[in-house]
Design a binder for this molecule. Structure first.
Ligand code: PLP
Length: 385
């Protein structure tokens, strides 16, 4: 038994202990379906937590983005803008609908969508007479994008924003919950997220018609009729009543999870921020990140190691670390898609973050001893080169 050197994971599920109670109720009442009392309660709880009119839970965050785009009327050949610095799930649903994606660079202040790059992209699109039908703004690693600025720009072109807040559930933006500033927001409850239902997602909005439409489309778009009648394309995207039970219990501890992840970040920051060439992800004024993952960049000129070399060495110490998201405009899948940089430099901001960045283990169930092991291993690696 080598307990001393057990593997430390990036971010693993952290149950509260209350989940089983709601799962058991579902079994006792035989609500083993993609609807039922847990689903209704979970939707109400999320809407209350986020401070929005409604929530429609789904089988995944990806499904919620797909529904959001469909509700906003995105069709074959339409243009959709998306943050380039993100996970593929932000963009895949636009492809399901046959839309054309244009990618927008990051800014250094939040690592998220650059208002300057968005402005340039919209001005260009207007000139070409091909404005996007939606802009997908992603809040990475728990940090909100500069929604005030992005909304001002998008509103001036009359283009709605979908906030992909899959990673920023529980974070605050200027007194509001992250994910509630766009026309539609989505969260994910995938296994590695800050809270989880094993798999799942939710679409939130202040527009109750949008919520109703989401539930309708997510259950095969069945018309009001005494038989099965369908006028539009629908999906099977509703969340299971069993998994919604997990969600109810998880949401009750969300604020504790945010607190713990922020503590983990603070400890890393205290221990590692004075190392030459190491910079942590910033936190924008008047916002509170959930610090889902602690992320940093490594100046390779100073540290003399690239993130992959650090990752390999951390792996030898049985510690999981990960590169930052590879920007979508660099993905083979999007070869030839348009990309707007913040400014024309040799390397875009998103590319530079990707080339130099690293995520450290940040799970809320990681104990002090394990974090100390991560810190010691990291220090040894970057100091010994
Ligand atoms: C996890 C994630 C998603 C997708 O969520 P799933 O529930 O896994 O489908 C979308 N966008 C971002 C940025 C994510 O991290």
């Amino acid at each position: 038994m080598i307990i001393e050197n057990k593997r430390i994971l990036l971010s693993s599920p952290h149950m509260s202990g209350n989940e089983q109670k709601y799962i058991n109720t579902a079994f006792e009442e035989n609500w083993i379906a993609p609807l039922g009392p847990n689903v209704d309660q979970f939707e109400m709880d999320i809407a209350t937590y986020a401070g929005v009119k409604g929530a429609s839970v789904t089988s995944s965050g990806t499904g919620a983005i797909h529904l959001a785009l469909d509700i906003l009327g995105i069709k074959q050949g339409d243009s959709v803008f998306c943050s380039t610095f993100t996970f593929i799930a932000s963009a895949n649903p636009a492809l399901y609908l046959g839309a054309e994606l244009t990618f927008i660079d990051s800014e250094v202040e939040t690592w998220n969508m650059s208002p300057l790059a968005l402005e340039r992209a919209l001005a260009y699109a207007k000139k070409e007479n091909k404005l996007p039908k939606a802009i997908i703004v992603v809040n990475l690693y728990g940090q909100s994008a500069q929604m005030d600025k992005l909304l001002e720009i998008s509103n001036s072109y009359n283009v709605p924003i979908i906030e992909d807040a899959a990673e920023s559930l529980g974070a605050d933006y200027k007194g509001k919950k992250s994910g509630t500033l766009g026309k539609i927001g989505i969260y994910s409850f995938n296994g590695n997220k800050i809270i989880t239902t094993s798999g799942g997602g939710v679409l939130i909005s202040d527009d109750e018609e949008i919520i109703a439409k989401s539930r309708f489309l997510a259950t095969q778009a069945r018309d009001h009729a005494p038989h099965y009648q369908h006028s539009v394309v629908g999906y099977n995207y509703r969340m299971s009543n069993i998994l919604a039970g997990i969600g109810i219990a998880q949401l009750q501890v969300l604020d504790d999870r945010v607190k713990r992840r922020r503590e983990i970040f603070d400890t890393y920051y205290q221990e590692l921020s004075n190392i030459d060439g190491i910079e942590f992800m910033p936190e924008l004024n008047q916002t509170k990140s959930n610090r889902w993952l602690t992320t940093l960049t490594i100046d390779q000129k100073i540290v003399k190691l690239n993130p992959y070399e650090v990752m390999d060495k951390m792996n030898e110490a049985n510690i999981e670390t990960r590169a930052l998201w590879k920007p979508l405009h660099l993905q083979p899948l999007f070869k030839g898609n348009k990309f707007f940089e913040e400014k024309e430099t040799k390397e875009s901001i998103a590319t530079s973050l990707f080339r130099n960045g690293l995520c450290l283990p940040s799970g809320s169930n990681m104990n002090q001893k394990d974090q100390t092991r991560v810190i010691e291993a990291f220090k040894k690696i970057v100091n010994n080169k």
